[in-house]
Design a protein. Structure first.
Length: 337
């Protein structure tokens, strides 16, 4: 087992190094102004950052937040569409999910078909990808239907439809792989909170369809207008945090490795062409995603992902999230060793 784990991580490092040779330069890196606030600005939420990407570093950055998950703990993580996608590997997350938190991994079915659109196929992928071995159970939250969460201050959606098992947990860790996304521009904590928890096509009302359509429907295709989609995504994420004691029941961690322009929901994503950055954690998902975006924009080899974000107007998700009082785009970055 140790040999297989070593070979796996060694292979990732080699592929990452080779990809770096073909990175697309980022002309905005030198002039880009981040949203990092002065250390003296105590009102700005803290985002913790560690450069190592190891099981031990994942535990360390989680503990740096000071958050103590309690009661029945759920970890929202993507199981990945195929073995080719860049989902967070079980070997990386086991120490935190199972050993530290004794948590249950939670997911919902998709709304676009593929291998995770129904209970049977999704459970098979979760097993094949190794997630059943690194947690205290695996829960498809929309396996038995959906529940509605009120959306406070929403302009696109008034209710957010999530899996009916969502209410069964006391605290959540939102464990996200930060990367590009074909529709949203980028995917991180906000996407995992919204689309990740939203019910899929297997139930009567699909929260995923509602978000993608900008609130116009709950069944059928996921296609809709771009700006309403981005705004609905921010609003759905806010409803999840509001339900969980105004965000006090949630902590968020983003892992910035294997940063492709494509999401883990893509069975055959583009190969990453920029370097791995590290792991970030915060109690404010908006600040967390903004910090990750800033790290992409200031990376000399982040050209491809910057183009993907801008071509989808991805920053608008953060703009709208802050506008509706979800979180802060300004943050204090604290690097830990």
């Amino acid at each position: 087992m140790k040999t297989r784990r070593f070979v796996f991580f060694a292979t990732l490092l080699l592929v990452s190094a080779i990809s770096g040779l073909f990175a697309k330069p980022n002309p905005k890196a030198a002039s880009y102004k981040t949203h990092e606030a002065a250390a003296s600005n105590k009102s700005a939420p803290v985002v913790y950052f560690i450069r190592d990407i190891t099981p031990e570093a994942l535990v360390k950055v989680y503990k740096a937040t000071g958050y103590e998950a309690s009661g029945k703990v759920g970890v929202k993580v993507s199981t990945g569409e195929s073995e080719n996608s860049n989902y967070l590997r079980p070997a990386l997350i086991k120490n935190l999910v199972k050993d530290e938190l004794n948590a249950t991994i939670v997911e919902c079915n998709t709304a676009y078909g593929g291998g995770r659109s129904n209970n049977i196929d999704h459970m098979k992928i979760a097993k094949d990808h190794g997630f059943l071995d690194v947690a205290n159970g695996f829960d498809l939250q929309d396996a038995n239907g959906y529940m509605a969460l009120p959306v406070k201050g929403g302009v696109r959606i008034k209710e957010n439809y999530v899996g009916s098992h969502f209410k069964n947990y006391d605290t959540y860790l939102i464990l996200s792989h930060f990367k590009g996304h074909a529709m949203a521009g980028f995917g991180g904590a906000i996407k995992n909170l919204s689309i990740g928890f939203a019910s899929g096509m297997s139930v009567e009302k699909s929260g995923k369809v509602q978000i993608h359509s900008g609130g116009t429907k709950t069944k059928g295709s996921i296609w809709g207008s771009q700006e309403p989609f981005l705004e609905a995504m921010a609003e759905a994420a806010k409803s999840v945090c509001d339900y969980m004691s105004g965000g006090k029941g949630i902590v968020c961690v983003n892992v910035m490795n294997r940063i492709s322009v494509d999401c883990d929901c893509d069975a055959n994503p583009a190969e990453p062409d920029m370097h791995d950055i590290g792991i970030l954690a915060s109690l404010d998902p908006v600040a967390l995603d903004q910090a990750c975006v800033d790290l992409i924009y200031t990376a000399k080899d982040g050209g491809s992902v910057v183009e993907r974000i801008e071509s989808r107007n991805g920053i608008h998700t953060l703009e709208h999230a802050e506008k509706i009082g979800f979180g802060s785009r300004n943050y204090r970055l604290v690097e830990i060793k």
